[in-house]
Design a protein around this ligand. Structure first.
Ligand code: NDP
Length: 322
């Protein structure tokens, strides 16, 4: 089968198209014939070696497709079932062996591309808004990179919960998309200081919570625009990792809360995976959450897809299709 392997960690050129044997299922696994694989920022961290994995490995953590074969212990799915999954490495491939308890059924009204586009970023938005810091109607939130894959979903879902959303974005075209997604205020943080702007937009009060997937470039200033006892939900590092922090700083800035969450810990049990994905698919089916699939790249262009994503050239979701 065709797959995109990382044999040596590094830049986008580390993504190599290879022909390797298709996997066979272990007793608890199902083989999924991948029809669409999601491209996510975490794939860059793995490619670079920032998140370590034994070499060589097939990159990618998200896909949808059809079950072709199941292991001897599997009774939750069967060949022919349409399924999707996330947070298992190896989706940039024609086939993937996945623990059956990580697979969810794709509702008939969703395409494979929609399911692949929704899983990682959609489930992330669900746990960010409902578990990491459960927002309440009337609160004000700050969302960085509001036109990105996570960003556009986060803005829409937060608005549906009655929250005032301030978004930051890198350029005017992204600002338009964030506004269309429902953001009440958008700050082009490459042109204006988001700290001063956020203070102005909140009459000096600051926001209840910041969802920060940008990291190094935004974290420190973010601490200055949180209300007393506000929540910093730092969930990514697109601009680089945040340096070590003295906890006393959280006291000085107003008894702030800091969490650095990760999706696998919020879908660790099958029950949690199913309840979050059912709600997510329901939001999409009912039209309350719109997916913006910006581009579907062929395998040969996997490196270009990574260049585009880390070059801040993309909005919404990128997919890879065999
Ligand atoms: P995005 O589509 O949001 O792409 C990243 C965006 O970050 C860029 O488009 C850009 O938007 C912004 N950005 C700001 N500074 C930089 C920089 N120096 N280099 C590159 N990008 C920059 O990606 P994803 O939606 O896939 O992921 C967003 C973040 O969420 C990532 O940090 C990712 O790791 C994290 N994440 C974390 C999860 C978790 O559970 N912890 C799960 C899913 C994602 P702009 O130009 O508008 O600034």
């Amino acid at each position: 089968m065709k797959a995109i392997q990382v044999q040596k960690t590094g830049g986008p050129e580390a993504l190599v198209l290879v022909d390797i044997p298709a996997p066979k299922p272990k007793p608890n696994e199902a083989i999924v014939k991948v029809s669409a694989s999601g491209i996510n920022y975490i794939d860059i961290y793995f490619r670079e070696g920032r998140y370590p994995s034994a070499l060589p490995f097939v990159n990618g953590q998200e896909a949808a497709g059809v079950v072709t074969e199941v292991g001897t212990e599997v009774n939750t799915c069967k060949p022919g079932d349409r399924v999707a999954y996330t947070s298992v490495l190896g989706s940039y491939a024609e086939y993937a062996a996945i623990p059956a308890d990580r697979l969810v059924s794709v509702p008939p009204d969703l395409t494979d591309q929609q399911a692949a586009a929704a899983m990682l970023q959609g489930l992330t938005v669900h746990y960010l808004l409902k578990s990491a810091y459960p927002v309440r109607s009337g609160e004000t939130v700050l969302v960085h990179a509001a036109a990105g894959g996570v960003g556009l979903l986060l803005v829409q879902w937060a608005k549906s919960l009655g929250v005032r959303v301030i978004g930051t974005v890198g350029n005017e075209q992204k600002a338009k998309l964030a506004r269309e997604a429902g953001a009440d205020e958008v700050i082009v943080y490459t042109q204006r200081d988001f700290e001063a702007e956020t203070k102005r937009l909140t009459n000096g009060r600051g926001v209840h919570v910041i969802y920060d997937g940008v990291g190094k470039d935004t974290f420190e200033k973010g601490l200055n625009v949180l209300q007393r006892r506000g929540y910093m939900v730092l969930f990514g590092a697109a601009s680089g990792p945040v340096p070590p922090l003295d906890p006393l700083k959280l006291t000085q800035k107003g008894s702030l809360f800091l969490t650095r969450p990760s999706l696998p810990h919020y879908i660790a049990t099958r029950e949690e995976l199913l309840s979050r994905s059912n709600e997510l698919f329901g939001m999409i089916s009912s039209g309350r959450l719109k997916l913006r699939i910006e581009r579907v790249y062929p395998f040969e262009e996997a490196a270009q897809a990574h260049r585009d994503l880390e070059g801040r050239k993309t909005t919404g979701k990128l997919l890879l299709a065999p």
